[in-house]
Design a protein. Structure first.
Length: 348
């Protein structure tokens, strides 16, 4: 079978091969399920600590289902679904039983014990199916066994990258499972979802981040400080030499403003921007704002903005090295005069 004979995943593979009806309907069902999960995670379910990871998992799973169906790697797709769905079914069953351990204000020991057994079965299935068999049966098959039959590696890298990312997510969730296992075995606590935010923590976090509620104003504030210092410093430096005469005092003022600008850049844009703005929009807002419709695009824009700050930091560091080694304070983004003239000649 597919589980023990890894070569069977690839022996009869070819581009555009016919999809068996039962596999087709399995794929359609799974695609519909994960599309539904993605929607409920964003708009309906309570936001947990692993919200972003869960979001990435659903997007990645949908991409893997679509990709494996398109390139006809559906035997691998079936293996991935099999290894993941078993532990999911056990987990949901155990959670359902656990919800009934307290009814009418009374604790029911038999239901609690059944929930504990379900949790223990889930932990065993998680480590066996997701952490052991997934890399040995699926990842090994796609990375090694596939090379004996599929010489054309056009789909090799993206498919294996997605599978590797999926495995990394399993490792991330294993941390929560181990922490919960320790709580149950060492402290004797009840089995509870430790991804939930604690109520007191949530209220404390809301109070802590309420002053950063107006994110737009905070972004403008952190950016405009550096811009004002930079433009003022550039204006001053233009007057360091007038009528062929150098003015050391003006140059010293410009150097002082440049040093202040660098300090403000690293403090406001590289440190406070991610700590105050991006933390607020990715973590704090999940606690306060239940509506996450604008969550992803807004944070993508902020992340791109931060990437641009990192890019410009490269020029600032180069200029800082020039000033410290040669004492030359000039905008190193400008083209050299000779370079500019050569480029003009090339264009002509």
């Amino acid at each position: 079978g597919l589980f023990f004979n890894l070569d069977a995943h690839w022996k009869h593979w070819k581009v555009g091969m016919e999809v068996e009806p039962d596999i087709y309907w399995l794929y359609m069902f799974q695609l519909g399920s994960y599309t539904h999960f993605l929607f409920t995670t964003i708009f309906i379910n309570a936001k947990r600590k692993d919200f972003m990871v869960l979001l990435l998992h659903h997007i990645l799973t949908i991409a893997l289902i679509g990709w494996s169906y398109t390139v006809r790697f559906y035997y691998i797709g079936v293996m991935v679904l099999f290894l993941h769905d078993i532990s999911d079914v056990i987990l949901e069953g155990a959670k359902t039983i656990t919800y009934f351990r307290v009814m009418d204000g009374k604790k029911h020991k038999m239901i609690k014990n059944a929930g504990d057994v379900g949790f223990a079965t889930f932990v065993i299935s998680w480590f066996l199916f997701r952490l052991y068999w997934f890399p040995t049966k699926v990842v090994y098959s796609t990375c090694v066994a596939s090379l004996h039959f599929c010489r054309d590696g056009a789909f090799y890298l993206p498919f294996n990258t997605m599978l590797f990312l999926l495995y990394c997510l399993q490792i991330y969730w294993t941390i929560f499972i181990i922490k919960l296992l320790i709580k149950v075995l060492v402290h004797g606590d009840d089995v509870d979802d430790n991804r939930e935010y604690d109520v007191e923590k949530r209220e404390k976090q809301m109070r802590l981040d309420s002053k950063y509620h107006y994110v737009g104003l905070l972004v403008l504030f952190l950016h405009d400080i550096g811009d004002v210092l930079l433009e003022f410093g550039k204006t001053v430096i233009y007057f360091k030499e007038m009528d062929g005469q150098k003015y050391p005092k003006i140059e010293n003022i410009a150097n002082g403003l440049f040093a202040t600008f660098i300090f403000s850049w690293f403090l406001c844009r590289l440190y406070w921007f991610p700590m105050k703005v991006m933390y607020s929009t990715t973590v704090a807002c999940v606690l306060v704002c239940s509506e996450g419709a604008f969550y992803l695009p807004f944070n993508i824009l902020l992340f791109l903005l931060y990437c641009m700050q990192v890019y410009w930091t490269y020029f600032i560091v180069k200029l800082l090295v020039k000033v410290l080694l040669r004492g030359d304070l000039e905008d190193n983004r400008e083209y050299d005069v000779e370079k500019r003239q050569k480029e003009r000649k090339k264009i002509k």
